[in-house]
Design a protein around this ligand. Structure first.
Ligand code: 5GP
Length: 195
């Protein structure tokens, strides 16, 4: 692997953490405050929630188109989550890194593990909530999903909480603005990984 390629990888930050911890909210705050920071827009087979727009929060994609992208190798990583598929378009991430710029992905745990395997120098940030009760409250209060979807997300959140030791840095979402500030510092100045 060339030195150039490895320095590209080290500019990639992945933020992950349990559903309901506020990853989307923290990253949205970061995007508002720092529009110059490049944030990947994922493809998903999930239907849009009210207010979500194609190409902004996600590229909303059919099952067939998602499968074709995965098949062609057009996704850097992808995962099934709560009945839908989510994936990171490969080319925009690689070209941003090749331009010498930092890049941020907001993805769930299976995807973060795929990035760790494929791009070991990427910085993995775990966003956590101040408590389990707080996480549960946020998941239930979101109010946009049926009860079985919330139950699936809570089960998934317990699995994801146990994975924090796999991450390089832990950020607590005790306050959205504060967490966004901590995250942007990490994106701009990634922690060096040992070795
Ligand atoms: P939501 O449906 O609430 O927008 O997202 C559900 C989960 O999918 C969240 O944990 C979110 O971080 C994750 N997610 C969003 N985009 C991607 C992606 O491209 N890849 C993976 N692996 N997970 C994603």
């Amino acid at each position: 692997m060339s030195p150039r390629r490895s320095s590209d990888q080290s500019r990639l930050t992945v933020v992950s953490g349990p559903s309901g911890v506020g990853k989307g909210t923290v990253v949205a705050a970061l995007r508002r405050r720092y529009p110059d920071v490049w944030v990947s827009v994922s493809a998903t087979t999930r239907p849009p929630r009210p207010g979500e727009r194609h190409g902004v929060q996600y590229f909303f994609t059919s099952d067939a188109d998602f499968a074709a992208m995965a098949e062609e190798g057009a996704l850097l990583e992808w995962a099934n989550f709560a009945g839908y598929r989510y994936g990171t378009p490969r080319e925009p991430v690689l070209s941003t890194l090749a331009d010498g710029l930092p890049a941020l992905l907001e993805i769930e745990l299976q995807g973060a593990r795929q990035i760790r395997a494929a791009m070991p120098e990427a910085q993995l940030v775990f966003l956590t909530s101040p408590s389990w009760a707080e996480l549960e409250r946020r998941l239930v209060q979101r109010g946009t999903e049926p009860a079985d979807v919330i139950a699936a997300r809570l089960a998934q959140a317990r699995v994801e909480l146990a994975a924090r030791g796999e991450f390089d840095v832990v950020v607590c979402n005790d306050d959205v603005g504060r967490a966004a500030e901590e995250l942007v510092q990490l994106v701009r100045h990634p922690r060096q990984r040992p070795g």
